[in-house]
Design a protein around this ligand. Structure first.
Ligand SMILES: [Zn+2]
Length: 416
């Protein structure tokens, strides 16, 4: 079977460490091997160490020379809305001109415009668009994404999106973890209570019967789903065996973090408005916060979540893109790292841990991906830099040299 060795990494950033999400000072421990190398067999990491030691064990393996570049685990993006049709360029321009969310919605923009376009698109068209998005992720060094439904908001359209994700898994090397987000918004044609009933009694049973999702998510926010409604949806999902995630405390501090703690959720996402009580509740229930600075940036806000307080409270912080056409149109984890460092005062090392091994744990995949350790899947990236801190430092510039999924090169930059 196929085997190859990676040699001469200026820094082999292994993220080796305890087999659980990293907290507090552990977030800064990247397990770097200077001048490192790796031996890979059948898509799995067999050996990690100093490059000259690995070289002695190369045998008949094909050698990939990292030539003094950084080698890291592929990014794990734990919060994306990957499947949608169209874009929101008009919203973007209106926001740039200073129009409010209400004015934009009135002009036919907002989430509803994406729902309409996604409903109108056939499964094949959506798959074509999703493949394009998947390639963006790979080109930015991401090898696994969580991806949500949520732009269908009818049974058939939500199932259509989740089926696209299932097809996408077969069509691209990007690894995909599907999440059902039927409760993303209330569709215009039906009352909130009626829609809640549809999500709980019709959508969730169909989604789980077809095994189309691993997680259930809900948009818990004023004007979307309140605490009681969110609790009903998450309880029903839990009974059906789904793990839980939630969009909470993004625009208002409505007690969403506490609800996720009460529900025993895997993650609580956004948290821009979460206060110290919410942080304490997350800690008590071991819920991982997923922070999405890309959406704060793209909406032109300055209210970033309290990452430092969360790290000091020993929460296993995760960073993700929130890739979506409205509030965070980016698949770039290096851009998110830059925002984490400049706007949330996370160190480059903390940001990398939050976007690799901690993110893997938040997707129940901490034992197979997120670090470069023997036995793990060989998902890794060679970056065109010598020091990992260059990733958030040279912001907005592509630094991906080549990307490997299960030991196969799936993306290579054309170089400068
Ligand atoms: Zn989101």
């Amino acid at each position: 079977m196929s085997s190859f060795a990676v040699l001469n990494a200026s820094q082999l950033v292994t993220l080796s460490g305890p087999k659980r999400p990293r907290i507090g000072p552990e977030l800064s421990e990247l397990g770097i091997t200077p001048n490192g190398g790796m031996l890979i067999r059948d898509g799995q990491i067999e050996r990690v160490g100093a490059s000259d030691e690995i070289e002695k064990n190369v045998g008949d393996a094909v050698v990939v020379d990292a030539d003094g570049r950084v080698v890291m685990p592929g990014f794990v993006d734990a919060h994306t809305h990957l499947v949608f049709a169209g874009n929101r360029l008009d919203d973007f321009e209106r926001r740039a001109r200073g129009e409010t969310y209400e004015q934009i919605a009135k002009a036919g923009g907002g989430i509803w415009s994406t729902v309409q376009k996604t409903r109108a698109a056939g499964q094949l068209d959506l798959l074509t668009l999703a493949k394009k998005h998947a390639n963006w992720f790979l080109r930015c060094g991401t090898t696994t994404v969580e991806a949500k439904s949520g732009y269908g908001l009818t049974i058939e359209d939500e199932l259509k999106i989740l089926r696209v994700l299932r097809q996408l898994k077969q069509a691209v090397p990007l690894e995909i973890v599907p999440t059902f987000l039927g409760a993303h918004a209330v569709p215009r044609e039906i009352s909130p209570d009626e829609y809640l009933d549809v999500v709980v009694t019709e959508m969730l049973p169909r989604v789980t019967a077809e095994k189309l999702a691993e997680f259930c998510d809900v948009f818990c926010e004023r004007g979307y789903f309140n605490i009681d409604q969110s609790r009903k949806i998450l309880s029903a999902a839990k009974k059906l065996g789904l793990s839980l995630r939630g969009h909470v405390d993004q625009l208002t501090n409505s007690g969403g973090a506490k609800l996720m703690a009460e529900m025993g959720a895997t993650t609580a996402d956004h948290l821009e408005q979460t206060d110290e009580q919410g942080i304490a509740a997350l800690k008590k229930a071991n819920v991982q916060p997923v922070l999405l600075p890309g959406s704060v940036y793209a909406l032109g806000s300055s209210r970033y979540p309290r990452a430092r307080e969360m790290i000091e409270a020993d929460l296993a912080v995760v960073l993700a893109t929130d890739f979506n056409p409205g509030s965070s149109p980016t698949a770039s984890m290096p851009m998110v790292l830059s925002l984490a460092c400049t706007q949330m005062k996370m160190s480059p090392a903390e940001a990398i841990t939050a976007s690799t091994v901690n993110a893997a744990h938040s997707l129940n995949r901490g034992d197979s991906i997120g670090s470069l350790e023997p036995g793990k899947i060989a998902n890794f990236v060679i970056f065109d830099c010598e020091d990992y801190r260059e990733l958030p430092y040279w912001f907005g510039m592509p630094q991906t040299h080549s990307v490997y999924v299960r030991g196969e090169c799936v993306s290579r930059s054309s170089g400068l």
